[in-house]
Design a binder for this molecule. Structure first.
Ligand SMILES: [Zn+2]
Ligand SMILES: [Zn+2]
Length: 138
């Protein structure tokens, strides 16, 4: 999503557009490694030194409400933020905490079938697989 599209999404949802919010959104929505709020702050505050953790949390919350971001909560570990909101599997390394996305059409089809058999109106899902990644296996 480019800056222009983001601005119009903000406006459609009655959120004020600020340079800090935009920078947070641009970075987190382009991220592939499921960052923590702390990592979002560390990265974006390089360009925006006046940035506060509150702004980071509020902006992430806003993206969640709009449906552009999901929050993956963990026991004993900080939550991670995932801009891939369509059906996919998070492949999570138990050792270093690295998370990569695994997407496939067949998972999506199967998942939709399962959900329709449950007869529930699904409003979302979270699919995690735990592994020890190649870097940690050595
Ligand atoms: Zn690992
Ligand atoms: Zn993911």
């Amino acid at each position: 999503m480019n800056k222009k599209q983001l601005i119009s999404v903000f406006r459609e949802n009655d959120y004020r557009v600020t340079p800090q919010r935009l920078a947070i959104c641009e970075w987190v929505l382009a991220s592939e490694d499921h960052p923590t709020a702390e990592q979002v702050f560390e990265h974006v505050s390089k360009e925006h030194p006046a940035l506060s953790m509150t702004t980071v949390y509020n902006t992430l919350e806003m993206l969640k409400k709009i449906g552009l971001l999901s929050e993956l909560g963990f026991n004993m570990q900080p939550a991670r933020f995932d801009p891939t909101t369509s059906v996919h599997i998070n492949v999570i390394c138990q050792q270093c905490g690295k998370i990569r996305d695994f997407k496939s059409e067949s998972i999506k089809t199967q998942w939709e079938k399962i959900v329709s058999e449950i007869l529930a109106d699904s409003i979302g899902q979270r699919l995690d697989v735990y592994v020890i990644c190649d870097d940690c296996k050595v």
